[in-house]
Design a protein around this ligand. Structure first.
Ligand code: ARG
Length: 461
């Protein structure tokens, strides 16, 4: 303990296992650049309040940039058992470079509690911007494919039972809309991440009237956290990010599950490219959709991190407690999992080959039973009645062991005399999809409208 930065009141050493149990340097080193940027802003603000001289500030700035350079070039030598976390490591090294007399003034009025919160927010802000780019790329691929493959019709499912014909593009856009909404949510989350806790102190605030606004501006924060206790206690920005990521992974997982089904031999609607498939070590014929299974699997991991952190936080008393250190690793892992997953999904989709003949071959005439009912609706028959009549046609086809579209006009007419000769026109999949031309439907014009809306959501409208 006495060797540590906080060791003044300690006499004995730490239990060796306690040293490693307590230290976070091996993962919070990810924040080295943010920690140093925060320290430079901190030193500058203290200079402007007369706490540091011009010379002391420029020495600290020079030293911190040298430390940053060491991290960047992988030359920073972590002192095991001494460098507890990124904050103490940077300060220790700063002292070695510029001397302890000046380096010892950097931490005036400051707490690691505000430092870690600042570092995490700065780091996360950048990561979320990168992820926003990945998500935009995925949406662009969806929009482009939806446009170029708009002709292809496939079965749409409810309960995984064939329901009604849809455009393949309509399926893609159903997930596109979910991902675009995730993009909108992300832009909201970033705003709340991007608030500055710097100047909150350990919990009670800063005693040297430090200019928090100036520090926030220097670091690119949008606004401050206006309660110092909230500033050091709050990991809502981590939880919210993981809730956001969990929702995205939920969409990703269902998307992947659909494609796993569609890529099976029984469906054969899509073929995954080799780049995103793997083989079997035993069965030579196998080509497995591992990329999609991992997307599905990693969604579970993402929710686990979210739920785990909420449990960690829910019972801790006011302001900083070391429990909060347990927010760092899940965040690092969650952000990597989500970022990688979006990129994999984009890769899968942009290299996917569709099998339009199989899609077409999987359509069955009974999927047009609703259209048959709608035919009579247009002749003024109440829908509840037409539903029943069409159901009798389905039953007759089943009894005759014939596809519904092979029933003769006479057979249909016998079931209901309001069926005219033109009823046979109902057995046309293209016609069926084109009928659904209200906004959001599967007609060509409605799908084109969806693509337009998706692009607007991408632009932030
Ligand atoms: N490594 C710590 C964390 O990640 C930094 C803050 C430590 N503060 C303290 N008072 N022990 O939360």
């Amino acid at each position: 303990g006495e060797n540590m930065l906080w060791g003044g009141r300690f006499t004995g050493g730490l239990d060796p296992l306690m040293v490693s149990y307590n230290e976070s340097i091996y993962y919070d080193r990810a924040f080295y650049a943010q920690d140093i940027a925060g320290s430079i802003a901190w030193a500058r603000a203290n200079k402007n309040r007369g706490i540091l001289t011009e010379h002391e500030f420029s020495e600290i700035e020079r030293g911190l940039n040298a430390v940053k350079e060491e991290w960047a070039s992988n030359k920073f030598d972590i002192k095991p058992g001494v460098d507890e976390d990124i904050h103490t490591a940077n300060e220790r090294r700063l002292g070695e470079i510029i001397g302890k007399d000046i380096a010892g003034k950097l931490h005036t009025g400051r707490s690691r509690n505000e430092q870690i919160a600042t570092d995490m927010r700065l780091w996360l802000r950048e990561q979320l911007k990168t992820i926003e780019g990945y998500l935009s790329d995925l949406l662009k691929v969806i929009a482009a494919r939806a446009e170029s493959e708009i002709e292809h019709v496939m079965p749409g499912y409810t309960h995984l039972q064939r329901a009604q014909p849809i455009r393949w593009s309509h399926w893609m856009l159903s997930y596109g809309m979910a991902f675009a909404t995730d993009l909108q949510r992300l832009r909201e989350v970033v705003k709340r991440v991007n608030r500055s806790p710097l100047g909150c102190g350990a919990l009670a605030g800063n005693p040297f009237n430090i200019d928090r606004d100036a520090m926030a501006k220097e670091l690119g924060f949008e606004t401050l956290i206006y309660n110092s206790m909230a500033g050091v206690a709050d990991r809502d920005f981590v939880v919210e990010t993981m809730q956001w990521g969990s929702m995205l992974m939920l969409h990703m997982s269902r998307w992947a599950e659909d494609l796993i089904i569609y890529s099976s031999g029984e469906f054969n609607f899509v073929k995954l490219s080799d780049a995103y498939s793997t083989g079997s070590s035993l069965m030579p014929q196998k080509k497995n959709p591992d990329s999609l299974e991992l997307l599905r699997g990693k969604s579970g991991r993402a929710y686990g991190q979210m739920a785990g952190l909420m449990m960690t936080i829910k019972g801790i008393p006011s302001t900083y407690n070391k429990d909060l250190q347990e927010s760092v690793e899940p965040l690092l892992d969650h952000v990597k999992t989500v970022g990688d997953s979006i990129q994999i999904a984009t890769g899968v989709l942009s290299t996917l080959a569709i099998q339009p003949e199989s899609m077409l071959a999987s359509l069955t005439p009974d999927m047009l039973a609703t259209d048959l009912a709608d035919y009579l609706v247009r002749k003024g028959v109440p829908f509840r009645e037409t539903h029943h009549i069409s159901g009798r046609c389905v039953a007759l086809a089943e009894k005759e062991k014939t596809p519904m579209d092979k029933l003769s006009y006479e057979q249909l007419h016998e079931i209901d005399s309001r069926f005219d000769k033109d009823v046979v026109e109902m057995f046309d999949y293209q016609r069926s999809v084109e009928m659904r031309s209200a906004s959001g439907g599967t007609s060509k014009s409605s799908v084109m409208e969806q693509i337009k809306v998706l692009k607007q959501m991408l632009e932030g409208n």
